[in-house]
Design a binder for this molecule. Structure first.
Ligand code: F6P
Length: 754
């Protein structure tokens, strides 16, 4: 700054000083004219004042000598005026008859010449300028002679020199001042630019950071921001596409991009449940897409998975810190179990999460139930998990992967305890529009809680957009849809789409027999004749899955195309779920009775149209079913993603089979080669069943091939890897900001009614 200022101020001051020198002669000339004019007037005054006494003395009849003395004395008195330099008098013959001793020799009668009487001229004699005026002395109109009045002009020179000096000083000072002001203004706007550019280089949204101070910078900043964002996305897509997504790729990201940083996962459902059966402890894997997706990440990073210990033998196998190493056959990470009482589980899990948020977020026309007591439990349990996260983290900036709607309040609670943590929350279910979400009495608290996350993920862009709209509607937050960021009370939250998927190749596929064998075995097991065409559905027994709609489509097919009666059977596996909730009990009853009714209507001694298995199937059993089937029917009324669709595709390495897929699943956006249906439209679904059963092998193959390649490419490692890469980016940016000293400690806001 100093150097810059000197480089600028000094030349400008000099330049102005130079200009001043150019101006001075003009000023000199002008002031000289004014002074000469002044002296002309003054000389006239002197002449007028001297006129009368002088005439009197000149016409005195005394002797010449006396007259001479009088006039001489009079002239000498006049010279007491310090400006008057000399006086003389010439008679009409042009002879200098009287003069003061100071009159220079060069000035005499006839000077300065005819025509310039009464007008002074300037002469330079004896080194100093003199102003000389010759004016006639008249008596009654007749001329007695001429009086020469000489003024000293050396004061003019002195004044001129002073003026010249002050003008130069003034210009130089002015130059310095202008330069200084310019440098200060330039410096301030330079800083604004630099701050703006630094912000952009860090990849932050300018909309989030303080606005560039210079108004004129804002449009440029916006363009730059959009450019950086596009480049970022492009780079992200390119990097992502170049990676072969395997557990090894995840390990590499964890090692290289995250430098082995600590990872914690929080979910309600635990990946391994210990249960006591007939005196023995068994380990069960729950029917959960979430668990399937995250287990490989945990295996790769050896972190800690914090979950509700729900198995009846869970307490028997944990150590003093409530932890157990898993997988049992080859331990790779720890589960830290959090214990809940029956009442807490009822209020938090069954109540607020599954009777409140679940129907709130799924448009399946089941009314959500909100009870204040459930909300209290939900808050308390979220707090309990926040404490567990704090006590489990070995560092003050772990990466915490918060899973699902059971923990909407948890991100902000973690942020309050571990302000430097990178919190990635994934919402595994749909996010509805603002009107639908707005009926929740605690909607603002849920939104505030989620906005404690560094990154918030949904399966589809549609759900991200609904979330943006909801925040926009209900909170005073800055929603930037261009950079997918929401700023609310502290660290910004990025909202992105991360479509979940399955592992590739699926572990369950490795143990599978060839397709022909699976077909034969499944038919045998279910008592279905070998030639019968087979459809499958595999779900949790949940009203969002559209199981009744699926049965209605099977019924309609048999009604419409009786040729399929006795030749087509549909196996529905429905894992019991949330069975202490009344809606689920009702659904159980309805599903059983619908299956019974259809079977009574269209069953034959050897073939039941609906084979209902309300029980838990493990991965190997489910994959065998997929391989045995001619079609798989996913008819969810609303589903974040639906992994059954992807599993069916993954199971069919023979490239055969047809997938019927509800348009209301996230998967439908990724698998357009499926037969896409509206599950509410029974006719359309029946037609899709018919089309699937009649689909030629070539068409099956080409559709299946494309779907398989998509699932292979966008597998679960990519889902997790993209989130981890984004976490690495967020952390890197924060480290850089800290180093640049621009990152303030995140402002923590308290939950309103927490
Ligand atoms: O679909 C949301 C989800 O949390 C899934 O991730 C999981 O498969 C399912 O619900 C499990 O539900 P629950 O834990 O209630 O049995």
């Amino acid at each position: 700054m100093m150097r810059l200022s000197l480089r600028f101020i000094i030349p400008l001051a000099l330049a102005l000083g130079g200009i001043a020198y150019g101006v001075v002669p003009l000023v000199d000339e002008l002031t000289l004219k004014w002074f000469v004019h002044d002296l002309d007037i003054r000389a006239k005054l002197v002449a007028t004042a001297a006129q009368e006494p002088l005439v009197e003395m000149l016409t005195d009849k005394s002797r010449d000598k006396v007259r001479l003395e009088h006039i001489q004395a009079y002239f000498d008195r006049m010279l007491q005026d310090e400006r008057l330099y000399a006086i003389g008098f010439c008679d009409n013959a042009g002879k200098l008859v009287y003069k003061t001793a100071t009159l220079p020799a060069g000035i005499g009668c006839g000077y300065p010449g005819p025509g310039v009487e009464d007008r002074g001229i300037v002469v330079k004699l004896h080194g100093g300028p003199l102003h000389v005026v010759t004016t006639p002395i008249l008596e009654n109109g007749s001329r007695l002679g001429d009086m020469i009045i000489v003024h000293d002009m050396s004061f003019v020179e002195r004044r001129s020199a002073d003026t010249r000096k002050y003008i130069v000083y003034l210009f130089a000072a002015l130059g310095g001042l202008i330069a200084l002001i310019t440098v200060v203004i330039a410096e301030l706007s330079f800083r604004g630019w630099m701050a703006g550019i630094k912000t952009l280089i860090r990849g932050q949204s300018l909309a989030l950071s303080p606005q560039p101070k210079a108004r004129e910078l804002r449009p440029i900043a916006r363009d730059l921001e959009a450019l950086v964002h596009d480049l970022d996305n492009e780079r992200r897509a390119r990097d992502e596409a170049q990676i072969t997504w395997t557990p090894d790729a995840l390990r590499t990201i964890l090692r290289e991009d995250l430098k082995g940083d600590e990872i914690l996962i929080v979910s309600n459902r635990e990946p391994y449940i210990h249960e006591r059966r007939e005196g023995r402890i068994e380990v069960r894997r729950p029917a959960s897409g979430l668990v399937t997706a995250l287990e490989p990440v945990m295996r790769a990073c050896s972190g800690t998975w914090i979950a509700h210990g729900s198995g009846n033998a869970d307490r028997d196998v944990v150590d003093a810190s409530d932890s157990v190493a898993v997988p049992p056959e080859k331990p790779a990470y720890r589960i830290r179990r959090v214990w809940l009482t029956k009442e807490e589980e009822a209020g938090y899990y069954y109540g607020f999460a599954n009777e409140g948020i679940w129907p709130l977020c799924h448009i399946a026309h089941t009314r959500p139930v909100f009870r204040a007591s459930d909300w209290e439990c939900y808050r308390e349990v979220n707090r309990r998990f926040a404490r567990a996260v704090e006590s489990e983290s070995r560092t003050d900036d772990p990466i915490v992967l918060v899973q699902d709607y059971h923990f909407a309040l948890l991100p902000r609670m973690i942020r309050e305890r571990l302000p430097r943590a990178t919190i990635i929350t994934f919402w595994h279910i749909p996010w509805p529009n603002p009107e639908a979400f707005g009926v929740c009495p605690w909607r603002d608290e849920l939104l505030e809680g989620l906005l404690g996350s560094s990154i918030l993920g949904f399966h589809t862009q549609f759900h991200c957009n609904n979330f943006f709209d909801t925040v926009d509607r209900y909170l005073e937050a800055r929603v930037d849809r261009e950079t997918f960021t929401i700023s609310y009370g502290g660290e910004p939250t990025e909202v992105h789409r991360y479509p979940i998927s399955i592992e590739w190749p699926p572990t369950a596929l490795a143990q599978q027999a060839p397709v022909a064998e699976c077909r034969e075995r499944v038919r045998r097991e279910f008592g279905i004749p070998p030639e019968t065409r087979l459809g499958v559905g595999v779900d949790r027994l949940d009203y969002t899955k559209g199981i009744l709609e699926r049965f209605a489509a099977v019924e309609r097919l048999l009604e419409r195309d009786p040729e399929w009666v006795g030749r087509f059977s549909f196996i529905q596996v429905a894992a019991p779920s949330r069975s202490s909730i009344e809606e689920y009990q009702l659904l159980d009853a309805r599903v059983r009775s619908a299956a019974q009714r259809i079977n009574q209507r269209f069953g034959t001694p050897s073939c039941q149209p609906i084979v209902l298995a309300i029980e838990h199937y493990d991965g190997a059993q489910v994959y065998e079913l997929y391989r045995a089937a001619d079609l798989c029917f996913v008819s969810s009324l609303h589903d974040g993603m639906n992994l059954v669709a992807k599993e069916f595709v993954a199971a069919r390495d023979d490239e055969r089979g047809a997938l019927i897929l509800s348009q209301f699943t996230g998967a439908a956006r990724e698998l357009p080669e499926a037969l896409i249906v509206n599950p509410y439209d029974t006719e359309e679904c029946a037609e899709a069943l018919r089309q699937a059963l009649a689909m030629p092998p070539d068409e099956q193959r080409s559709r299946m091939r494309r779907m398989r390649s998509l699932v292979q490419e966008f597998n679960v490692y990519r889902w997790a890897g993209r989130m981890l890469l984004d976490a690495a980016r967020v952390r890197q940016r924060r480290h850089l900001s800290r180093r640049a000293g621009t990152a303030g400690a995140p402002r923590i806001i308290g939950l309103r009614r927490a």
